[in-house]
Design a protein around this ligand. Structure first.
Ligand SMILES: Cc1ncc(COP(=O)(O)OP(=O)(O)O)c(N)n1
Ligand SMILES: Cc1nc(C(=O)O)sc1CCOP(=O)(O)O
Ligand SMILES: [Mg+2]
Length: 204
């Protein structure tokens, strides 16, 4: 499985149970502040659901659990990367996505030979406090020129209405949290995302 141009991020497996059957093909499980046994159980169930629906599961942060549970894709931020065992991750055959927010982080990410690079926040995000100003659309083109064939994921404040500009500036995939999870009708919004992304990636 590969990275889909629509990249959903959720904070629990219950979201995966609800939304993946609608046709989501790439989903990140981004759990924060839960006990490890609970996180393991969530990852295990998420992996089973994703397998049944031919959806690529990407596990955020918990790379050891991802290895132990037989997952095949993780996402790490720069702080995660600093303490992760890249050798063990590669040895286990996991693909790796990395966050970047500035030139220094991009250099660090490129040195790790990731399977995709994420750039954010493109727009202001309400999900978490971030020290970086919004990157804006032009930065997407600059990042794509630097990373070449490595897929570029845009993240931060994305909505259905904003994805045209994001793809037109060179992103390969668009990651989203709150435009879906805080929508009054997350199922309907997920279908709108899938339809909208298809207009830019008709093969998808
Ligand atoms: C696709 C994608 N891009 C960026 C992030 C952020 O990762 P990180 O900086 O490690 O922050 P947390 O998500 O762990 O709070 C991401 N998760 N996914
Ligand atoms: C988790 C995360 N990481 C970001 C980064 O820039 O690295 S922006 C972000 C939040 C994305 O959520 P929403 O789609 O609700 O803005
Ligand atoms: Mg992280």
């Amino acid at each position: 499985m590969t990275l889909d141009p629509f990249y959903l991020i959720v904070d629990s497996t219950s979201w995966i149970r609800r939304l993946v059957p609608l046709g989501v093909k790439t989903v990140q499980l981004r759990i924060k502040d839960r006990a490890l046994p609970e996180i393991r159980a969530e990852i295990r169930e998420a992996a089973a659901i994703c397998k049944a629906h031919a959806c690529q599961l990407i596990v955020n942060d918990y790379w050891q659990v991802a290895i132990e549970e037989g997952c095949d894709f993780i996402h790490l931020g720069q702080e995660d990367l600093a303490t992760a065992d890249l050798g063990a991750i590669r040895e286990a055959g996991l693909k790796l996505g990395l966050s970047t927010h500035d030139e220094t982080e991009l250099a660090v990410a490129l040195a790790a030979h990731p399977d995709y690079i994420a750039l954010g926040p493109i727009y202001p995000t309400i999900l978490k406090a971030m020290p970086w100003a919004p990157q804006g659309l032009e930065r997407i083109g600059a990042w794509k020129a630097r990373i070449g064939d490595i897929p570029l994921v845009a993240i931060g404040g994305l909505t259905v209405e904003r994805i045209a500009g994001v793809f037109e500036n060179g992103a390969d995939s668009t990651a989203v949290v709150t435009d879906i999870t805080r929508n009054s009708d997350p199922e309907r919004r997920t279908r709108e995302w899938i339809a909208a992304v298809r207009t830019f990636h008709r093969e998808g």
